[in-house]
Write a protein that binds this ligand. Structure first.
Ligand SMILES: Cc1cc2nc3c(=O)[nH]c(=O)nc-3n(C[C@H](O)[C@H](O)[C@H](O)COP(=O)(O)O)c2cc1C
Ligand code: SF4
Length: 754
C-alpha cells in the first residue's frame, strides 16, 4: 500500500516542478506578480512601495536598447552628440564630484512592452529671467518645438515661473490636466538673490514635507532642464547650479527625466549648446515609440550614495552653491544671536566666505539696479528707503498725504522705509513684481538694526538735500525735514519679516520717531511677538479665501489660516492702536462689503482706512520677445481697476451700514479725497461729538518712557475740522496751496468729484 503512495507523491512533485517552477533569475513583483525585469511599468500603488518606477535593467537588454548614461547628470555639463542617429548620447563629466547613482535614460525598443508618452500631451516651457536672456531662449525653444513636424499638433505653453500664482498646481499637487504633460525648463543662474530661488525652495520643501505625497510629479510625461550661466564669471560649482538643483529635485519628486540637463555658457557657446540640446530633445519628444524614464540601476552602492545625498540635504542648504552654503545649525544661531551681530556683518562682507548666506539684494545685482533706478536707496543688504511724493509736496507747501489729515503726520517729517525688501506675497497691485525677492522664511544675511537705521536716515536726508534747488521748496520746512519725526515702515516688502524688527522700532522710539508699521497678515508668530508701535496696520486685501489668493497671490500654502490668526492676534492687542487697511481694486476686491464687515467684527481694529488702489503703470508686465511666443503675463492692473473717489465713498457708506447692522460701534470719521482715502473709526474716538483720530506724539513717547501700560485712548488728539468726513476741504489742509496739474486736471476733477 505504501509504495504506490510514495510513487504517487514523487510523480506529483516532479510534474509540478516541471510545469510550474520558474528559476529565481526573474524578479517578480510583490503585489501584482507581474514580471518587472523587462521594463513594464508598475502600477502607482506599487510605485509607492518601491520608490522607483522600474526594476533593474537586465544586462542583455542593454544591448537591444539605446541607453544614455546620465552618470553625474546632476553635476555635469552635457555634451550632446551632433548626429541625429539613435546612437547613445554621451555625457562628459566636467567636475571631479563624487560618483552619483547611475541614472539611465532608456529609449525603449519598438517591440518592448512600453508605456509610451501620449503623443498629444501638452508641453510646458517654464522659464525665469532677470535680464531677459532666458526668456529669449525659452522663446526660441517654443518656436523650435512648434515648428517641428512631429510636434506641431502638441499644445505648447510658455510660462514665466515668477508669474505663476500657484506653483502648487504645477509642482506640488498637479492638477489632472497636467497628467502626462511634459515640463521643459530654461533657467538662468544667480549667485545673488533672484526669483528663481523661491521656486527651487518650493521644490525642496515639497520633497522634504512628509505631509505631502513624496512623489507628486510621477504622473508627468517627463521633464528636461536647460541652464544658462557664465562659466567664465563663476566657479565650477556655481555654474548653472540652480538648473542642476531643479533637475535634481524634479527627479526626486518622481518626475521622469526625458532628457539630460543641458547647460549653456553665455560667455561661450550658449547658442550652439542650446541648439544641440533642442535638436536631440525634440527627437525624443517626437519619438512615436514612446519615451524612457529614469531607471535606477540597482547596484548595492546606489542606496549608499542616495543616503549620503539625503544626509547632505539634511545638513546643508543644497539649493545654494557650495561656496554659499551654510549649515542649518549655524544659520539659526547667526540669525537669532544679536550679540554675535558684529561678527555676522563682518562675515557678510566677505562675499565668498563659506559660512555666509546670500544677500537679499546684493550690490550691482539686477534687483539692486532695478530698485535704485526706481529711486530706492538700498541700505545694507535687505532694506530700502525712498522719499515719497507727498514729502516733496509738503516741502513745497502743496499738501501732505492722508496721514496728515487722519493722524497729524507732517509728510516732510516722515521717512518711508522698510527693513525687508522681501515679501511673502506677490500682490497684483505691487509694481515690484518680477524683481522683488520673495520667500516664506528669512533665508538671507541679517543686517543689524543700527546699520539699517543709520543707512535709512542718511539715504533719506541725501534725497531731501537734492530738493534744495526745486522751485517752491519752503526754507522752514526744508530745515525741519532734517529731523525725521515719523517712520512709515510700509514702503515695499514685509517689515515684520526682519528678525530684529523689535530692536529697530525701539531705536526709532528712542529718537522720538513714531512708528507706523504695515504688515500683510501672513506672519502670525512675528505679529504676536511684536512690541508696541505707534500704530499697527494689517493689510486686508480681500474678504474671502479665494479673493485673497487671487489678489495677494500669497506664497504660504496656509495663507488663509495665517490671515485669520493675524486677525485674532490683532484683536488681542488691546493696548495697541490698530488699523485695517483696505486697498480697493475694482474687479478684484471691491464688492463683498458684508465679508469685510465680518472681518472687522473678528479683529475689532481701532480704525479702518479704505483707499482706492494707485495705478503704477505697466512696469510689472513681462515682455513678449516675439510674436510666436506667448509668454504668460502677470495680471497687471489697468486704469479700469482704479476706482473713482465716488466709488470708494459708496463702498465706505455701505461698509459703515454693514458694521452697524452687525452691532459694531464704528462711524465714518475723516477723508482725504486727494489720496482717494477715507477713515472709519471706532466711536470711542468720538468724544462729545468731536473726533479724536489724531495722535499726540509727544505724549506717546512720554508714556513709553514712563514704562507703564497704556492703550490707544491715552495718546489721542483732536482731528482738525478740514479733515472731517463731509467737510468742504475733504481733507486738504487749507494752509497748503492747492495745485492741480494741467495734464491730469480733466481726469482728477472727474475722479475726485470734490
Ligand atoms: C548678478 C549675477 C549673478 C550671476 N551668478 C551666476 C552664477 O552664480 N552662476 C552662473 O553660472 N552664472 C551666473 N550669472 C550669469 C547669468 O546666469 C547669465 O547671465 C544668464 O544668462 C542670465 O539670465 P537672464 O538674462 O535670463 O536673467 C550671474 C549673472 C549676474 C548678473
Ligand atoms: S506717511 Fe507715507 S505717504 Fe505720507 S508722507 Fe510719510 S511716507 Fe509719504
Amino acid at each position: 500500500m505504501r509504495l504506490p503512495l510514495v510513487l504517487g507523491v514523487t510523480f506529483a512533485y516532479v510534474y509540478w516542478k516541471f510545469c510550474f517552477y520558474q528559476p529565481r533569475t526573474t524578479t517578480t513583483s510583490r503585489k501584482s506578480g507581474k514580471s518587472r525585469g523587462l521594463g513594464r511599468p508598475v502600477s502607482d500603488d506599487e510605485d509607492e512601495d518601491d520608490n522607483h518606477s522600474f526594476d533593474v535593467a537586465q544586462k542583455q537588454s542593454d544591448e537591444e536598447e539605446d541607453v544614455v548614461d546620465l552618470t553625474n547628470a546632476v553635476h555635469t555639463s552635457t555634451t550632446l552628440s551632433s548626429d541625429n542617429s539613435s546612437a547613445p548620447i554621451v555625457t562628459t563629466a566636467t567636475t571631479a564630484r563624487k560618483v552619483r547613482p547611475t541614472k539611465v535614460f532608456r529609449r525603449r525598443s519598438k517591440d518592448a512592452n512600453t508605456q509610451p508618452l501620449p503623443t498629444m500631451s501638452d508641453i510646458y516651457i517654464f522659464y525665469s529671467t532677470l535680464t531677459g536672456t532666458s526668456e529669449k531662449y525659452a522663446s526660441h525653444l517654443h518656436a523650435a518645438l512648434s515648428g517641428h513636424s512631429e510636434l506641431s499638433a502638441r499644445r505648447i505653453h510658455a510660462q514665466n515661473l515668477d508669474y505663476i500664482d500657484d506653483l502648487d498646481t504645477y509642482f506640488v499637487t498637479p492638477a489632472r490636466f497636467l497628467e502626462n504633460a511634459v515640463y521643459l525648463f530654461v533657467l538662468p543662474s544667480y549667485a545673488s538673490e533672484s526669483p528663481l530661488d523661491f521656486f527651487v525652495e518650493t521644490l525642496k520643501d515639497t520633497y522634504n514635507d512628509f505631509r505631502i505625497d513624496s512623489r507628486p510629479l510621477r504622473k508627468l510625461g517627463g521633464y528636461a532642464v536647460f541652464g544658462l550661466g557664465d562659466r567664465e564669471g563663476w566657479d565650477e560649482d556655481m555654474y548653472c547650479y540652480q538648473a542642476m538643483a531643479v533637475d535634481k529635485y524634479l527627479g526626486k519628486l518622481g518626475a521622469p527625466r526625458v532628457f539630460p540637463v543641458g547647460t549653456g555658457n553665455v560667455s561661450g557657446r550658449a547658442n550652439d549648446e542650446f541648439e544641440e540640446w533642442i535638436k536631440h530633445l525634440s527627437d525624443v519628444l517626437a519619438d512615436p515609440t514612446g519615451v524612457g524614464e529614469i531607471i535606477d540601476v540597482a547596484d548595492s552602492d546606489d542606496e549608499g550614495v542616495d543616503a549620503e545625498d539625503d544626509a547632505e540635504d539634511e545638513a546643508f542648504d543644497d539649493t545654494q552653491p557650495k561656496s554659499l552654503r551654510l549649515s542649518k545649525t549655524a544659520s539659526a544661531k547667526d540669525v537669532i544671536d544679536v550679540e554675535d551681530m558684529g561678527a555676522v556683518i563682518e562675515r557678510s562682507r566677505k562675499s565668498n566666505d563659506s559660512t555666509t548666506k546670500k544677500e537679499m539684494v546684493g550690490k550691482d545685482t539686477p534687483t539692486y539696479n532695478a530698485l535704485t533706478k526706481q529711486g530706492y536707496t538700498i541700505v545694507g543688504s535687505h532694506s530700502g528707503v525712498k522719499i515719497c511724493r507727498w514729502t516733496k509736496s509738503a516741502l513745497r507747501g502743496r499738501g501732505s498725504c492722508y496721514k496728515f489729515a487722519f493722524y497729524g503726520i507732517k509728510s516732510h517729517l516722515c521717512m518711508e522705509t522698510t527693513p525687508s525688501l522681501s515679501c511673502s506675497n506677490k500682490c497684483v497691485f505691487c509694481w515690484r513684481h518680477g524683481t522683488n525677492p520673495v520667500g516664506t522664511t528669512w533665508r538671507w544675511q541679517v543686517d543689524p538694526p543700527e546699520l539699517i537705521l543709520k543707512g535709512a536716515l542718511e539715504g533719506h536726508y541725501r534725497k531731501i538735500k537734492q530738493m534744495r534747488g526745486v522751485p517752491g521748496v519752503q526754507a522752514a520746512r526744508f530745515a525741519e525735514a532734517f529731523t525725521v519725526r515719523h517712520c512709515a515702515l510700509s514702503l515695499v516688502g514685509e517689515p515684520i519679516f526682519y528678525p530684529h524688527i523689535n530692536e529697530f522700532v525701539r531705536m526709532l522710539h528712542e529718537r522720538s520717531i513714531s512708528s507706523f508699521l504695515v504688515c500683510n497678515a501672513q506672519h502670525p508668530d512675528q505679529l504676536k511677538a511684536l512690541d508696541q508701535v505707534t500704530q499697527l496696520y494689517v493689510s486686508i486685501d480681500a474678504s474671502d479665501k479665494e479673493s485673497l489668493r487671487r489678489i495677494d497671490r500669497p506664497l504660504h500654502r496656509d495663507f488663509w489660516e495665517r490671515f485669520n490668526q493675524c486677525l485674532d492676534i490683532l484683536r488681542s492687542k488691546t493696548r495697541q492702536r490698530t488699523v485695517f487697511r483696505l486697498t480697493l481694486v475694482k474687479g478684484f476686491n471691491a464688492s463683498d462689503v458684508l465679508g469685510y464687515a465680518k472681518l472687522v467684527a473678528q479683529a475689532l481694529p481701532c480704525f479702518i482706512e479704505i483707499k482706492g488702489v494707485t495705478y503704477c503703470g505697466t512696469a510689472s508686465t513681462a515682455s513678449e520677445p516675439n510674436g510666436a511666443f506667448k509668454g504668460v503675463k502677470k495680471d497687471s492692473l489697468t486704469m479700469a481697476n482704479v476706482p473713482f473717489y465716488d466709488e470708494v465713498r459708496g463702498f465706505v457708506l455701505q461698509l459703515d451700514a454693514s458694521l452697524k447692522d452687525l452691532g459694531l460701534n464704528y462711524e465714518v470719521a475723516a477723508e482725504h479725497a486727494h489720496s482717494c482715502c477715507i477713515l472709519i473709526a471706532q466711536t470711542r474716538f468720538k468724544i462729545d461729538g468731536e473726533w479724536y483720530t489724531h495722535i499726540d506724539y509727544d505724549r506717546f513717547f512720554e508714556l513709553l518712557r514712563e514704562g507703564r501700560e497704556f492703550g490707544p485712548m491715552d495718546y489721542i488728539a483732536k482731528t482738525p475740522p478740514w479733515a472731517i468726513f463731509g467737510s468742504d476741504q475733504a481733507g486738504f489742509n487749507p494752509e497748503d496751496e492747492r495745485v492741480v496739474n494741467k495734464k491730469s486736471k480733466a481726469y482728477k476733477s472727474e475722479q475726485l468729484a470734490i
